[in-house]
Design a protein around this ligand. Structure first.
Ligand SMILES: [Mn+2]
Length: 362
């Protein structure tokens, strides 16, 4: 794992003597903690890790995760009470003047505990270096995301087999979660979204007891988590023949998504991908109805930093893994979104979610 710690230091904008990643209680757990340690199981509430510029790290774990921690780090130090933890923080940070912290994940409570243990330390926010390091995936991360994508994609392919009129949104969402775990997912990567009819016009709709009727579109946005790594896929189907608006929306979204994927390769600017898809949609009568950015990085989190949006100037690099998800949303009628996960390569990109996406009437 030293390679990952080195990557973090290599991405720093200013020097620090050490970096401390500290977890609070669930859900305030820093995913970068798992990036640098590679730990797969355990919650690691209250645990912390110190990263050193030479690529080494010191892990401090509560008793609750001792077995998991020891299986990876023989030298892990175990704390029991809060006083132990405070003493370990003080002793291990001796001599550190500038300490890097993850401003995007640390809680105020943890920060105050650190200040109490080492009051003289100067803190430096290194969240950007952590995000940049995590954007480009290594082989182990790619293998895990590939499996997470395969699980979600296989379930997406099964939706037409189990979706029936009269089924509620939450039943469909439950079925998706169940099938992903049956296929080996650790858990869903977020609560599955099933949106029927006009409900699909809201991109982040939460499943209700609305039943599927003929003529509805049915949008499903979900992902699997596999050994801590996430996938994210969206497919939209039709129950019975859709009205003309929905059918036209579908073909435009599909065209925009394919065009965006075609231009993805190392060196291309993220914003140009967004502009490409948006210009296709905005050239139609659905101008302005694509109301979010076209994608984001996935990894230990579903939104793993690095948005592909009009204001993002970063260039795509080999082994970034990103979603591509244009959509059109018309209040009162419905929404269409098609989302895939792709890995950037030198000459193009590899599609990791391969479920069919041509228009399908169930
Ligand atoms: Mn997404």
């Amino acid at each position: 794992m030293n390679g990952r710690v080195k990557r973090v230091f290599a991405n720093l904008a200013e020097e620090v003597d050490a970096i401390l990643l500290i977890n609070d209680a669930e859900p305030n757990i820093d995913q970068s903690f798992f990036y640098v340690t590679g730990l797969e199981s355990g919650l690691f509430e209250g645990c912390f890790v110190i990263l050193w510029p030479d690529g080494s790290l010191d892990l401090f774990s509560s008793k609750l995760e001792e077995t998991s921690a020891r299986s990876v780090f023989e030298g892990v130090r175990i704390f029991d009470k809060a006083a132990d933890r405070e003493r370990m923080l003080r002793e291990s940070l001796k001599g550190v003047k500038r300490l890097g912290l993850n401003g995007a994940a640390i809680t105020l409570r943890s920060l105050r505990e650190i200040k109490k243990a080492v009051p003289e330390i100067e803190e430096v926010d290194v969240w950007k270096a952590l995000e940049r390091a995590r954007l480009v995936k290594d082989d182990d991360e790619i293998a895990r995301i590939r499996e997470a994508c395969k699980i979600a994609s296989d379930v997406a392919e099964e939706i037409p087999d189990f979706l029936t009129t009269g089924m509620t949104e939450y039943e469909a969402a439950a079925e998706i979660a169940y099938r992903m775990q049956k296929k080996g997912a650790t858990s869903p990567s977020f609560d599955p979204n099933a949106s029927f009819g006009a409900n699909s016009a809201e991109p982040h709709h939460v499943p209700t007891n609305r039943k599927l009727s003929r003529g509805d579109c049915a949008l499903f946005d979900f992902g699997a988590k596999y050994r801590r790594y996430c996938s994210d896929i969206t497919r939209t189907f039709f129950s019975g023949k859709p009205n003309e608006d929905l059918e036209e929306m579908y073909s435009i979204v599909l065209e925009a998504q394919k065009a965006a994927i075609r231009m993805m390769r190392a060196g291309v600017k993220a914003k140009d991908i967004d502009v490409c898809a948006r210009s296709i949609i905005d050239a139609t009568r659905f101008r302005g109805r694509f109301i979010h950015s076209i994608g984001h990085a996935i990894g230990l989190s579903v939104h793993d930093g690095g948005r592909i949006a009009a204001e993002e100037s970063f260039a795509l690099e080999e082994n970034m893994i990103l979603t591509v998800e244009p959509g059109i949303y018309v209040p009162g009628i419905g929404g269409i979104r098609i989302e895939d996960d792709v890995r950037i390569t030198a000459s193009g990109c590899e599609l990791l979610t391969t479920a069919p996406k041509e228009m399908m009437v169930i």
